[in-house]
Every structure is written in structure tokens, then in C-alpha cells.
Design a protein around this ligand. Sequence first.
Ligand code: UDP
Ligand code: MG
Length: 317
Amino acid sequence: MTGPLVLVVPVYNEAALIGESLPQILHAARAAVRSAGLDLPVRLLAVDDGSSDGTRASLARLKAQDDAIGFISFTRNFGKEAAIHAGLQQACGPLQARVMVVIDADLQHPPQLIGTMLEHWRGGAAVVEAVKQLRGDESALRRLAARAFYGTFTRLSGMALDQDTDFKLLDRDVALAVLRLDERARFFRGIVRWLGYPAVRVGFDVAERAGGQTRWSLWALARYAWRNLTAFSSAPLGLVTGLGAVGLVVGFALAAKALLDKLQGQALTGFSTVILLQVIFGSLILLALGIIGNYVARIYDELKQRPHYVIRPEDIA
Ligand code: UDP
Ligand code: MG
């Protein structure tokens, strides 16, 4: 089919830099298409994830300057995952994209790499993933947290995603498959990997942010990590069962001892043991309930079938 290359760019409060970065991304993509000798129009679709700074106005200006640029805005901040989802939906639907590239607005994903990605796509690759060789300007704490998350994620889900990013080229068929997975708790990287299309991986070094600040606090990252873990693995529930089994064995041993003490007429000793057991098993039960409750909450979220995002009415056209 014919159809454009659509660059899907999630943006949230990036007024400080999109005036520069979006034209730069578009320019790099056009150059890449030209040098690959492809006959492919290029469109850039920014998804404004409910920004509260001048992002919308800036996007409108960019659109007026270059009609290859388009954007949609959410009514509020729905998160980057929702923004990517909306971008792919718009790209596959109204824009009839033949191929799309998801890329950050802050130039931490080097647009020069689009050329290499397109070469692989022309060579038949349905997915081209850009993977981090060097993580950028991260603090030691963030690096450690990332390592802990990916280590656990790999062990529990069997998917190694530690170098993966959202910077990916997807052929139309792959994007449609991504969109068919309709879960609310989305994890783009995990979904693409789960689909299992053969992917070509190209490395890049994460640059410094072009301006502004990362949109992720450590707390937000921790919540995102837990959400993604539970979206791709039910192992934490297995952990609860394991703890219960261990507790049962210990319980039986202590019960036997208590009985023996009673028979020997020494029933009053062991008061501290009782207290300790109360405390330990009390917390274990709460922890277990918490983990199970988490999954129940997730089932509830999925069951409600709420839309992934809401687009501002004036942008629907
Ligand atoms: N972003 C978004 N919604 C959010 C947070 C971030 O659309 O709620 C966008 C942001 O504008 C940027 C990309 O996602 O284009 C990556 O965000 P950021 O650079 O803050 O993340 P980091 O590079 O630190 O992982
Ligand atoms: Mg960034």
C-alpha cells in the first residue's frame, strides 16, 4: 500500500524545546527517506498529553509553518503509554501510515537513526528497535532502580528489556497488531516484544535532554515499574502462595512444640514467640492481601473498559 511515514511523538509540557526539536526530527526523517531513495511522504504527529504550559500553542504554530506537522491534544495528562497508543491509532487510521516511528520530543532519541531504521525496514524488517548502549544523564539512584526493575522483570516475564526504549520503527501490520492488544495497563516495549515479530536492533547512546527536565519522578517510575511487572507476570501471586506454604510449615513445627510443652505442663513460657508470630504473620497476611488486592484492582480497571485517553473536542477533525 502507499501511505506516509508517520513520526509519532508524545509530548508533555515540552514548550521549551519542541519549537526546535520537532522540525529537527522531521528534517532528519525527510533526509533519511531521500537518501534511502524511498517514495514516502513524511508526516509528524505530536500527541499532546494534556500539557499545561505553552505546548499546544507551540504545536499550532509549528503546524501553521509546515502542514506535514499535525497534533492531537488530550483533555488531561493520560501518560506516555496512552499518548503512544493514540498516536499509533491516528497514524494507522486517519493518516493511513505505511510505517511509523515512535520517538521522544527531547532529542534523547537521535533522529539521525531514522535513516538506519528505514534501511532495515526496506530490507524487510517489520520492527526496528533502537536500544540504549549508554544510558544518558541519570543519577546513580535511577540507574540502580532501573537495574532492579529490569532484573526482576526479566526473571518474572522471561523478556529481557533492559536496553529497550520506546524509540521504534513499526511496519503498519505490527502497529495494527499492537493496537489489537486492548489492555488498559499498557507497556509498549513489552507488548512489541510479546508480539514476537522478528526485530532488528540498532544501538544508540542516549544524549542529554535538549532542554527542560525529565517528566518522571522516582515515585512515578516506581509506580510505572510495579504496573508493568504485574501487567506481564502473575509471579507476585505465586510469591504469596510460597510465603503461605513456608508459614504453614513453620506453623506446624511451632504447634507441635506448643503441644509438647502443654503435655509436659510448661504451657506458659513462649510468650515472646506468640508476639513474634502475631507480628510476622500479621504483616505477611497484609502483604499478601495487598498483592492480591492489586491484581483485583487491575481486573477492575480492565473490566471498566474505559477509553485509554480523551481527545479535546476542538482537535477532532
Ligand atoms: N511524555 C508524555 N507524557 C508523560 C510524560 C512524558 O507524553 O506523562 C513524553 C515527553 O514529552 C517526552 C517523552 O514522553 O517526549 C519522554 O519523556 P521524558 O524525556 O520526560 O522521559 P525520560 O527520557 O526521562 O525517560
Ligand atoms: Mg527524555
